[in-house]
Design a protein around this ligand. Structure first.
Ligand SMILES: NC(=O)c1ccc[n+]([C@@H]2O[C@H](COP(=O)([O-])OP(=O)(O)OC[C@H]3O[C@@H](n4cnc5c(N)ncnc54)[C@H](OP(=O)(O)O)[C@@H]3O)[C@@H](O)[C@H]2O)c1
Length: 331
């Protein structure tokens, strides 16, 4: 069952409030503007003028200086927490006291301990929650997996997760503690895809080295997933390469590089381009499907696959930690 299929026809859109008014809040507002599931009713940010500027641009009735003020003035039925990576875990904890379903951008925490605290707090406060691993909702991924399953089993999952570390450092947009924790702050996007495609790894053999970054920046790992599916993860953060996924099936290989584009190659040498859904055009990929899943969670309390809550995000954080274990300085 898809998330949208479970939303009752003619259901009133849910009133949603945004916490955080930066670049990703803007992307979510563009997706919300096209979503039948939500009406954005206000935005809160640390600096109220930032919230006012974004609210003015998108015609939102309320701009607030805190999540509590947003809830009091805009009466949302759900909240999206979209603040800077170093503020995600503390602001998420703050929002759990407001009694609303939460969509949380990744990373909820810059280390495993912070992610554990957030997951525990959500459990204790019984807060329905979803973490924004939007790549799980790429239409090209779903179509590529279909092509594998039409011909048999998924045999292997190979992921390249090379971060562009020099670019990240060069922008000046990220605090040093976020850059030092980049493994959790950003590399978890591709590490999460190992779990998305393969399931929970049963065996991980990981090697890691560090040219510059304290938690490692050179990764090579072999994994085994349920059903004997094999996988690999490689990442070299100071070399050109970027992100890529290759899925191996019976007589078919599917490749996504960059991740937003797909192509299937068959045993006879023929190649088929995999196009994204037309409804994704103009939006950040995966955001529409992600919103539909969050609406279903907010309406019914059910978090449908492939969505991840804080417990799932914690498994991804732990896998990231495992891949980086024992990082050795490059000689
Ligand atoms: N899923 C994806 O593909 C994707 C892509 C990019 C980013 N992200 C995630 O989205 C989040 C936001 O990224 P961004 O690029 O939008 O960052 P950004 O442009 O720096 O904006 C961050 C926003 O958070 C607000 N903020 C910071 N601390 C706060 C606090 N304690 N309370 C309330 N508001 C606070 C800032 O407030 P003021 O400016 O008002 O002071 C700003 O409006 C990050 O966690 C990032 O990892 C996800």
């Amino acid at each position: 069952m898809t998330a949208s299929a479970s939303t009752p026809r003619n259901a009133e859109p849910l009133r949603v409030g945004l916490v955080g008014a930066g670049l990703i809040a803007r992307q979510h507002l563009l997706a919300l503007a096209r979503s039948p599931h939500f009406t954005p009713v206000g935005v809160a940010s640390r600096t109220v003028v930032t919230a006012q500027a974004l609210a003015g641009e998108f015609g939102l009735p309320v701009a607030a200086g805190s999540p509590a003020e947003l809830v009091e003035k805009a009466r949302p039925q759900a909240l999206m927490v979209l603040v800077s990576p170093q503020a995600m875990a503390p602001v998420a904890l703050q929002c759990m006291d407001l009694g609303l379903p939460l969509f949380l951008e990744k990373p909820v925490g810059l280390c495993v301990a912070e992610a554990e605290d957030a997951a525990r707090a959500a459990r204790e406060t019984r807060t329905p929650n979803m973490v924004g691993f939007n790549r799980r909702y790429y239409s090209v991924f779903a179509k590529g997996l279909d092509k594998i399953h039409q011909r048999g089993r998924l045999l292997a999952v190979h992921i390249e997760g090379s971060e562009r570390m020099a670019v990240a450092r060069g922008t000046g947009r990220f605090a040093e503690d976020v850059l030092r924790a980049w493994l959790f702050a950003n590399a978890t996007h591709t590490i999460d895809l190992l779990r998305h495609f393969g399931g929970e790894p049963e065996v991980v053999h990981a090697l890691c080295a560090s040219l510059h970054e304290p938690l490692g920046d050179q990764f090579a790992a072999c994994l085994r997933f349920p059903g004997g599916v094999l996988g690999s993860y490689v990442a070299n953060w100071h070399s050109p390469g970027g992100w890529g996924v290759v899925l191996k099936g019976e007589g078919v290989s599917v490749e996504f590089r960059p991740l937003e584009t797909g192509r299937a190659t068959y045993a006879d040498g023929s190649v088929e381009v995999i196009e994204p859904d037309a409804c994704e055009a103009g939006l950040k990929a995966g955001f529409a499907g992600q919103l539909a899943a969050f609406a279903q969670l907010a309406r019914t309390g059910v978090l449908a696959a492939p969505a991840q809550n804080l417990e799932g995000a914690l498994l991804t954080m732990r896998l990231a930690e495992r891949l980086a274990q024992g990082a050795l300085p490059l000689g």
